[in-house]
Ligand binder design. Sequence first.
Ligand code: ADP
Ligand code: MG
Length: 573
Amino acid sequence: MPNIAILPDNLINKIAAGEVIERPASVVRELIDNSIDAGSTRIDIEILHGGRKLIKVSDNGAGMERADAVLCFERHATSKIKTEKELYDISTLGFRGEALAAIASVSKITLLTSTRNADVGTKLEIGPDRKKEIMDAPPTGGTTIEIRDIFYNTPARRKFLKTVPTEMSHIIETTVQKAFAYPGIAFSLRHNKSELLNAPAVKALKERFGQLYGNEMADESLEISAESKSIQVSGFCSSAELSRATRSHQFIFVNKRPVKNLTINHAVNDAYRDIIPGNRHPAYFLFLEIDPEKVDVNVHPAKREIRFERPDDIHRFVREAIYDALHPKKEGSTYLDTIPGEVDHSRQDYSFKERGRPFVSESPVQFNESQTDIFREGITAEISPFFYVGESFVATVTDRGLLILDQHAAHERINYEKYLKRTSIESEPLFLPLRIELPLKEYDIIVKRRELLSGLGLEIEDFGKNNVIVRSMPKELKKAEMKGLLLDVASGILEQETSGIRGGTGEEELLKNIAARLACHKSVRGSEYLNNEELSNMKLDLEKTDDPDRCPHGRPTSILLSMNDLQKMFKRK
Ligand code: ADP
Ligand code: MG
């Protein structure tokens, strides 16, 4: 008896499903892709219970003849490529012929399809017994697929499904990404009968941006547009002022396919390097069009990753495109306006690019751990006034050495603990309540977490259609910052719910997360200068906190250079 046996098809499909279908959102992604490939101009998505109960996608695309409808659930069944040559020049989203087979192996399916102008359509059902039942159906001119009870026969997978809001936020993200890449297709999304998205077909990318993220955000963003012989890039990125606390708004599409790609991430970060601090991140939506022969899309089962033939060229091209969007050239001048005070505002006959970047030290002096655990070891008394070192750092000579504080980090720690202990939060009702339009996903999260926010002095009401009303907010928070704050809070909650980092998703952890973000917005920004008394009080307040040496994000609030350290550094010891 040989030990090796070829696996039965059903098991092979389940294994493949493990790679392609991670969660309900992957089903949504695959079904939308198929609808797009079928040339649809309208795609409607209906979800029940975060996709656990039902995922239904209807399109008005080319549809299938009966014979194709029967075949489409087989493994490696595809109409999209026929020869190896075509594999290197793919213009459809699908080509592996795996998705429907994978989905069918872990769920119950009903398919309704007919080609355009057909007299009769096909209904096909696959139930728990895996048998296909085929019958006549009225011609619908397109395809509707219903997926029920996902992972019902793979309990291990089912166990990994997260809460309804979390699965839903993945579905929203998938839908939003697809809708963004195809403004010419109308998209709608419903969850448990409530309409989450309704985006009629539009001509311009910017209009679609507005439908998905709100017109305000579309208007605030910078438009990217650049073209060379072989690459074209379009999209939007945030100005330096609207940077984010997380990387959650960074989307890259290559030939309309959402992908993760480090070359491009890096190129974008390079373009932003000198204009936003290291702990802030740009938001961007980048659409690259590249000759399909120069990209390999077949490196990941869910096609999330791609490989470029010439990554260096792509890097340079993207970096420059973003740079140009961030530094628009003023008419009749090559002066670029993001380095105030550094350049004479009159005409310059050379550009920033030609002069190169200002010198920034890449590897700061390394301090060992103990030097940042300062206040734990006892408080320090100032013996000189505070003075600023750059914009955010303040230094004073103390009885224990030279103390340098990061005023933003210090304030964050102080405010964070205030929020967390909910002492002295002064919430102020707004005379004119503030209406804020949010992107769909963020809106959903904020509305669901209203009560948590209310405990922190933020009274928020659901206004419908991606809008919330802020009725009262903690004193000292600025109205103008409210939108940025809500976006930050939402992405923090999302990050925590989806990754489970920082110790789970309990109320307490969420509260900490939100408190950290409120604290960050409330705290002194790098460029505000405080007077000596204010700085001294800040240091006192900091010393009274539970963990004075670190800001809520874990960065040091202060550094102490003791006499001993100085002596070592000057090689006197
Ligand atoms: P792939 O998309 O890689 O070809 P799938 O398993 O996703 O593989 O789909 C198999 C085939 O079923 C497709 O190649 C296509 O011919 C057909 N098909 C799937 N969904 C649709 C749809 N919505 N409209 C028309 N044809 C479809
Ligand atoms: Mg497909």
